[in-house]
Design a protein. Structure first.
Length: 308
């Protein structure tokens, strides 16, 4: 296993990546690998088969926000998904949606991880070494600060990062951006892209309707723990932030409490907000995240509109 680990860490340190003057090292492949490592860690890739779906695309896009300042364009996500199966990297084998070998990014929708690499990635220590390798070799100092904050890794010690540390406000802003990025990814994935108020879930191959909402307002608490979050549709998010509904823990249940009498509503279709009063929050069968009950105390006190 040590030889196998060293072999794969060496391969990750020598990816076939494009290098251009102003943009530097292309981040597409290392970001795709960081995305896949996250999905393995969360249990979303239990068998070594990586799917091109909303879980992968959404998380990759959250990572991309951390390099957008340098790249200045939208990510071409199918490119690294397919290219990592090329002869020079051979991280995985590429297949079409129906399981046939794929030779083009337009048709690659499934990838089968190299079994030895997949085995290595079952070990938490290897995952962190792989992340550290990718972060330190393929990203600029400002990006490294954000990525380390997102991943919970120690920040590398070098002259450029030390200079950045001396710009205290800038350094803290980079760390915050990294933590915010992780909050969004972990909340949406943790709730299986399903609204905790309505139970509504709608996603395409590359996007989802839900948003990541803080329970205890982040500007007040600075709390970016995923357990301080809910996945909500845009209307449910707006109503939560407006104090039109909150959550009251009762035993093991988390019950929805609506500010009845504080608003008027009507709809010829679907359910109304008032009808959720007294119901439990909804969690998809595949959801692995639950909010911590204590965070709702602040929302009840500071945001919720008391019933008239």
């Amino acid at each position: 296993m040590p030889n196998l680990s060293s072999h794969w860490l060496g391969k990750l340190a020598n990816l076939n990546v494009a290098r251009t003057g102003p943009r530097g090292i292309a981040p597409h492949k290392p970001l795709m690998l960081l995305t896949v490592i996250d999905l393995i860690e969360s249990g979303d890739i239990p068998d070594g088969w990586v799917k091109y779906d909303v879980r992968l695309v959404s998380r990759f896009r959250d990572y991309w926000e951390l390099v957008l300042e340098r790249q200045r364009n939208a990510p071409d996500i199918p490119m690294p998904f397919n290219a990592l199966g090329g002869d020079k990297d051979k991280v995985w084998e590429c297949f079409t949606a129906d399981g046939q070998p794929s030779l083009a990014k337009t048709t690659t929708r499934l990838c089968s991880l190299d079994p030895d690499l997949f085995s290595c990635l079952q070990d938490a220590g290897f995952r962190n070494k792989a992340r550290e390798t990718l972060v330190t070799l393929y990203f600029r100092p400002r990006e490294q600060v954000m990525l380390c904050a997102r991943l919970g890794l120690p920040i590398p010690k070098n002259a450029e990062i030390q200079a950045l540390r001396e710009q205290a406000d800038e350094f803290k802003a980079r760390q915050k951006k990294g933590r915010d990025s992780r909050f969004k990814s972990d909340v949406l994935g943790g709730y299986y892209f399903t609204c905790a108020l309505t139970g509504y879930r709608l996603d395409t191959t590359d996007s989802s309707i839900v948003q990541a909402a803080h329970i205890h307002q982040h500007a007040v608490s600075g709390n970016d723990d995923p357990h301080n979050g809910l996945a909500l549709t845009p209307d449910a998010h707006w109503m939560f932030d407006a104090g039109l509904w909150t959550v009251v823990p009762k035993g093991d249940d988390l019950l929805i409490h609506v500010a009845t009498g504080r608003f008027s509503e009507s709809s010829p279709h679907g359910r109304l907000l008032a009808e959720f009063n007294g119901q439990a929050l909804h969690f998809h069968d595949h959801a692995r995240l639950r909010p911590a009950a204590e965070h709702f105390a602040w929302h009840q006190k500071m945001t919720f509109l008391k019933c008239s």
